[in-house]
Write a protein that binds this ligand. Sequence first.
Ligand code: ISL
Length: 581
Amino acid sequence: MDPSSSQAAASVAEPDRAWWKEAVAYEIYPRSFFDSTGNGVGDLPGIREKVEYLDDLGVDLVWLTPVYDSPLADFGYDIRDYRSILPEYGTMGDWEGLRDDLHDRDIRLIMDLVVNHTSDEHEWFEKSRREVDPYTDYYVWREGDRASLGNGVDPDDPAAMPNNWESLFGGPAWTYDEVRGEYYLHLFDGKQPDLNWRNPAVRGDVYDLMRWWLDRDVDGFRMDVINFLSKADGLPDGHEGAVVTGSEHFINGPHIHEYLGEMHEEVLSEYDVVTVGEMPGIAVEDAREYVGRDGPLDMVFHFEHMRLDAGEGGDWDFRDWDLAELKETFTRWQRGLAEDGWNALYLNNHDQPRMVSRFGDEDYRVRSATMLATFLHTLRGTPFVYQGEEIGMTNVPFESVGKFIDVETLRYVERMLERDDVENFADIGEAVRYGSRDNARTPMQWSPADNAGFTTGEPWLAVNPNYPEVNVAEARADPDSLWHYYRRVIDLRHDNDVLVYGDYDLLLPDDPELYAYLRTLGEERALVVLNFTDGEPAFELPDGIEYDAADLLLANYEVEGPTRPDRFDLRPYEARVYALE
Ligand code: ISL
């Protein structure tokens, strides 16, 4: 064999194949997907009615966010019973029906595994706060400063708390429990106490519930804040000024690899399933340890691109993001997991502003969304489409503070309104309107009918007023719509191994308007050129990229004339994908 071609030949013959690398995933937030009963809340039979829709779109994998029994303090991320379905959403029979309907169409189903915390209404917590054996140490309990408490100090005074950690939803991460007379740790809401992963009995119970679902034929898990499980020994104070005080003591904590290794050994290795770890605060070097060849998980959701518009002032301080930084971030992750590990790609989800309002341009809603769709599906990694993204749903013009419902948003607004420099909602309205998780959670817009065809009743969260224009029915009827473009780009990925497994090489790193890259798998090459602006920049193929013929695989505008991609002008938010031969 010609030695110069041996490396290329090796990479063509043997990409490290897996069904989930070739899949396109779709995230469903059940509460807002489709209401089959008219009570204003989406449900499992509603999702069943839309399985054909998902099949038509072409997705291969569904991630269902929590549908378990829950008091809904955090809309299901506060689980009361891991083995039952919230009655509002249906029955276990409905869930089984959904699973079967998906499987009949070769669509896999992954469930949300939320085991950093439970609801405070979970039986384990009810028993733990009463110190009922063996649940006494199922959560992270601490006495706090007994002396000062004894002196009539308010237990809500942060000075009396076991340490200075903050909750990701704002405010202290400790709540004093009157029943037990101690504080418990909650990295999220007070109704979401953190489990004590040091306790082997807790870990055993979690592995049991995982097996329970895996034995019911689920195809894997998306794992909620899974890199938060291990808290530093002694729970030391955190550095103030970090985004969340204390986070250096629970993000990738000291025993995390021990726990996830054990979970893999005891549970995951027994099943052919896929796992996606949601991991706020991780760098690509950390990711390799979690999802590399010897790591316990398959893919990772990181947050670096979700912080590109973060200002200095914490979670609700936004600034404009910058294309150079976006390219740098994606490129670092593409390269960092090139040899080992796999990216889970996303531009929005149920916690984030809508993709088109954030990384696109509402004035060019469809063009910019098709450009972003092209981006998402031509990177190396598994794309996750969030419900409504495929019709270009946007952020919501919330009129007043009373329109918000999400706990994280409400806590922030409460804290801000207590401050002297904030007089009323108008002072913080812009940031809240941009950043609130409610943007992502308004009902799916199915049609121009009342309430976007989501419900015949009163929806639990008002629909975005743009539904007469932005909805599935209209999009499906128009062959030039964003929805049909999603189908095409999903097909393109399915038909081209180079887009799944190919190497990624950034072109024109310093171009302030264009994001261009090559994907290469042996002899196959794809060139992707994306205009991230409303201007009309010119693209020039860098020297040294030789080819005989080029074939335009996909574009979000009509492209006329000779299609050689050596030099061309782009229109606002234009995207092109060429095969180079
Ligand atoms: O939502 C966020 C930013 O607006 C994140 O900080 C989010 O809290 C973080 O990504 C963790 O999210 C996950 O766990 C939370 C839950 O509220 C989110 O919905 C979930 O995706 C606690 O379970």
